[in-house]
Design a binder for this molecule. Sequence first.
Ligand SMILES: Cc1cc2nc3c(=O)[nH]c(=O)nc-3n(C[C@H](O)[C@H](O)[C@H](O)COP(=O)(O)OP(=O)(O)OC[C@H]3O[C@@H](n4cnc5c(N)ncnc54)[C@H](O)[C@@H]3O)c2cc1C
Length: 475
Amino acid sequence: MKSPVIVWLRQELRLKDHPALAAAGANGRPVILCFIRNTATDRPWLPGAASCWWLHHSLREISQKVQNAGGKIVLRSGNPAEEITSIAIESGASAVYWTNAIEPSDRKDELLLRAELEKNAIGSEGFEGNLLFDPAEIKSQSGTPFRVFTPFWKNCLKAQASMRAVQQSSMPVFSQTALESESLDSWNLLPERPNWGKQFDSVWQPGEDGGQAALSNFVHRAPDYEQDRNYPAKDNTSRLSPYLHFGNISAAQAFAATNQQNLTSEGALSFQRELGWREFCAHLLFHFPQMPEKSFRPEFSKFPWIEDDNALADWQKGCTGFPIVDAGMRQLWQTGWMHNRVRMVAASVLVKHLLVHWKHGQQWFWDTLVDADLASNSAGWQWVAGCGADAAPYFRVFNPVLQGQKFDPDGDYIKQWVPELMDLPKKYLHTPWLAPAEVLKDANLEIGKDYPAPLIQPDAGRKRALDALAQLKKL
Ligand SMILES: Cc1cc2nc3c(=O)[nH]c(=O)nc-3n(C[C@H](O)[C@H](O)[C@H](O)COP(=O)(O)OP(=O)(O)OC[C@H]3O[C@@H](n4cnc5c(N)ncnc54)[C@H](O)[C@@H]3O)c2cc1C
């Protein structure tokens, strides 16, 4: 009888295009799938609340699929190296396979597991599967990691022949060895008292089927992506980010689907470029593992941030007085996702107009985004704060009023998420505090009571941010 091979699942919660799974099940070897809930208390960046919601549903779905195919996913809590080695010994497995991670603590887990398995003469192998390229292999001409996106992506496109291709494989045979497993419900990943995730159910279908559906749905819309992608009310981006983060679909599948559609479509190429940004953020985290903790540009450690808990709380609640920002923050709270353009503006208001440290924003997004991703979130915040590897210069300060007027010209997005502004004429939708008294009265709106006055005037905020930058330069 062939000995089983264990596949350790983490952020590749799918059965299709799964190189580690395909290799494990090759030649009819029985496969054991396991997922370990890491309980180390000193581990940074444990999944946030919205991620736990997504994780629960993804695990539920994949468990069901595996059960339908005659297997069972082993769920355990604890230290991955110890738990997986013990599953391997209990089942007589010959090897453990996994998909290579990029988060520093996940990579540390891989090293610990490999060492533990070696001690017990059990084989191990990591496979690429979450990214388009192995981040260790993409290097600039001087052999160093890229720090700037454009040459990075050019290089990737040149190396397209070595991009990971979608791998077709049949469902493996699952091992019938009886192994102890915890119940998913006992992990309490879903929110209770209050159940703030109620709306999530109507917005998302987490898991592989939902990811495939979102991808096919997007492929038809891809030609319009380039012209529509900055307008939140059009809602025409792919919304694939949580599926990609949890590996419900692979980046290779997303890339290939838009390649087949129409190679010359500007929309498809522009979408692939965004997949390139995901790849770039992963590349940065892989090579600069301190990115989630420290500003990439060391001089920013001396930036005169302001500790302002009230401003932070108003921003989190979507009560800054800037309608486009408040719409985004409320979309985030209610659905676990925010449109990219609005993420940029909301983040900019926090770090520039309000001078609150980017790490506070990063932490809030980490907890509330269903697509919270250590690489993209950290790089995104550092990009906006001007302290990242390839960042928008700090002196370029988004004006939240102009951004709103430009990217939500009819205010449809604002009215969807900030209903108290529903009856305000278009002219004042982005500046409610400037509306004359009679206009406010007609719209049943009292500034300061029904909707806040801006935490800071746009121009004053800009000036204060530039003064802070000037102060930093003097140090
Ligand atoms: C402050 C800030 C924080 C962010 N935090 C995250 C995060 O935690 N997780 C996350 O996945 N994205 C993050 N992003 C990037 C981006 O906002 C989201 O990936 C995008 O909005 C997801 O929507 P979509 O799937 O419809 O994207 P689409 O426009 O359809 O893009 C396709 C895919 O490309 C990737 N992508 C697109 N834009 C970016 C980008 N700027 N950086 C990295 N990857 C990108 C995503 O995987 C996305 O699903 C952040 C951006 C900012 C400015």
